[in-house]
Design a protein around this ligand. Structure first.
Ligand SMILES: *Cc1c(COP(=O)(O)O)cnc(C)c1O
Length: 399
C-alpha cells in the first residue's frame, strides 16, 4: 500500500483536494479507491505484530481502530477542513456524543446554544446531567447569555450554525473568544454550512463535527460522522475513547463517503444556487408568512453570513400560513420534493420539524426557537429548479 503522489495536496483548492487528498493505493495501482472490507489484518511475523501493537510499526491493526478506507476518508476531510487530525464515527450522533462526552468528567459544565438538532439537545440536556455533567442552554444569538453562562468548571461550548431548522447564524468567532476566555473549548456542528461554505477552525473553534450522512454522502446511502480537531485534542481525548468503546465507521461507509466527497463541491454549489432561487421565488408568496434563507439580504444575521460564510445554504426555512393543517396540505400536495427528515440529498426533501425532528420538545420550547406549527424546512436537491418551483407553487395553491 502506498500513499498517492498527491497525498500532500494542501496547496490546492478545495475542489482538487476533494478528488486527490488522502488516497492510499494498493499494489495494483487502481484508479478509484479500493474497498478494504476487512475486520482485521495479518502480520508477517510475531515481532511485526508486537511492534504494531506498541505503535512502532505504522500499519493497520483492527478496523475498530483504523482501516485504509476510514483513513482515506479522515485524511480527505482533514485537508478539506484544515484540521490536523480526525476520527470517523458510525453516525453524526456518534461523532457529536464522542466529541462532547469523551473529554469531560463529572463535575464539568457545558454551555450550548438551545437551537440545535434534536438528538444533540438530548445529549446536552438529558444525557450529560445523568453523569454529573451540568449543562446550560442559551439563546445562541445573544453573546451576553454566553458570557453569563460561563462558570469556572465550564469545559465545553457547543453550537451549530446555521441552526436546525430555523437557520439562524451564530457568531462563531465571538463565541470562541468567550469560550477561550473562560478556559473552555468550542465544538461546532457544521452540518448545515458544509465544509465548503464555512470553516469553523479558521474562525477560532477548537473542534468541528459532521454528520456525513447529509451532504457528504449526499445520495441518501449511508450513515457516518467525523470529528476534526488538533492532533493534541484527538490524541488526548478522542483516540482512546473511540478505540476502546467502538462507535467506529464501517469501511464500506467510509468508501462510499470518500466517493461522495469527490462530488461534494459540485453538488453543494448547485444545491445552494437552487435554494437561493427558490427562496427568492417564495419570499413574497401570499401563503407564506415568513421565509429564512442565509443567502438573502433580509436574513436576520445577513452581515454575519457575509463575514463568516462563503455562501448561503442548501436549506430554506419558511412558515406556511394556516398552521399545521396548512403545512400538512402543502407537504401532501408536493409531487417532486419528498417528505423526509434527512437533508443534503440529491432529492429535494421537506420536513415538518414540529411533528418530527423537534416533536420531543414542549410547545413552549419550540415556540422559543421559532418552530411554529406551520414551519417547513426545505432541503434543495439536484432536480431542475423550475420543476421544483412549479411543484411548490402548485402545492401552495392547495395549502
Ligand atoms: C443529522 C444531524 C446530526 C446527526 O447525524 P446522524 O448521522 O443522523 O447521526 C447532527 N447534527 C446535525 C446538525 C444534523 O443535521
Amino acid at each position: 500500500m502506498s500513499e498517492s503522489k498527491s497525498a500532500a495536496t494542501a496547496a490546492y483548492r478545495p475542489e482538487t483536494r476533494l478528488i486527490h487528498s488522502g488516497v492510499l493505493r494498493s499494489q495494483f495501482n487502481e484508479t478509484s479507491e479500493a474497498l478494504f472490507l476487512t475486520q482485521g489484518f495479518v502480520y508477517d511475523t510475531a515481532e511485526q505484530c508486537e511492534a504494531r501493537f506498541k505503535g512502532e510499526d505504522p500499519g493497520f491493526l483492527y478496523s475498530r481502530f483504523s482501516n485504509p478506507n476510514i483513513s482515506m476518508f479522515e485524511r480527505r476531510m482533514c485537508e478539506l477542513e484544515g484540521a490536523e487530525a480526525a476520527r470517523a464515527a458510525a453516525t453524526g450522533m456518534a461523532a457529536v456524543t464522542t466529541a462532547i462526552l469523551a473529554p469531560l468528567r463529572s463535575g464539568d459544565h457545558v454551555v450550548a446554544a438551545k437551537a440545535m438538532f434534536g438528538s444533540c439537545r438530548y445529549v446536552v440536556e438529558d444525557l450529560l446531567p445523568r453523569y454529573g455533567i451540568a449543562s446550560t442552554l442559551v439563546d445562541g444569538l445573544d453573546l451576553e447569555q454566553w458570557r453569563k453562562a460561563m462558570r469556572p468548571n465550564t469545559r465545553t461550548c457547543f453550537l451549530e450554525s446555521p441552526t436546525n431548522p430555523t437557520l439562524d447564524v451564530l457568531d462563531i468567532a465571538a463565541i470562541a473568544e468567550i469560550a477561550h476566555q473562560a478556559g473552555a473549548r468550542l465544538i461546532v456542528d457544521n452540518v448545515f454550512a458544509t465544509p465548503l461554505w464555512q470553516s469553523p477552525l479558521q474562525l477560532g473553534a477548537d473542534v468541528v463535527v459532521y454528520s456525513a450522512t447529509k451532504h457528504i454522502d449526499g445520495q441518501g446511502r449511508c450513515l457516518g460522522g467525523i470529528i476534526l480537531s488538533s492532533n493534541d485534542f484527538i490524541q488526548e481525548h478522542i483516540h482512546n475513547f473511540m478505540r476502546q468503546t467502538g462507535p467506529s465507521m464501517s469501511p464500506f461507509n467510509a468508501w462510499t463517503l470518500v466517493k461522495g466527497l469527490e462530488t461534494l463541491a459540485i453538488r453543494v454549489r448547485q444545491q445552494t444556487q437552487t435554494a437561493a432561487t427558490i427562496a427568492d421565488a417564495l419570499a413574497q408568496h401570499p401563503k407564506i408568512s415568513r421565509l429564512i434563507y442565509p443567502g438573502r439580504a433580509d436574513h436576520p444575521q445577513a452581515a454575519l453570513v457575509k463575514k463568516q460564510m462563503r455562501a448561503g445554504s442548501t436549506l430554506i426555512g419558511f412558515e406556511v400560513k394556516g398552521g399545521k393543517a396548512a403545512a400538512f396540505r402543502f407537504l401532501n400536495g408536493l409531487k417532486l420534493s419528498r417528505i423526509s427528515n434527512n437533508l443534503g440529498d440529491a432529492r429535494s426533501l421537506v420536513t415538518h420539524p414540529a411533528t418530527t425532528t423537534h416533536q420531543r420538545l414542549t410547545p413552549e420550547a419550540r415556540g422559543e426557537l421559532g418552530i411554529s406549527e406551520g414551519f417547513i424546512r426545505f432541503s434543495a436537491g439536484l432536480e431542475h429548479v423550475d420543476d421544483l418551483i412549479e411543484d411548490m407553487h402548485a402545492a401552495l395553491e392547495n395549502a
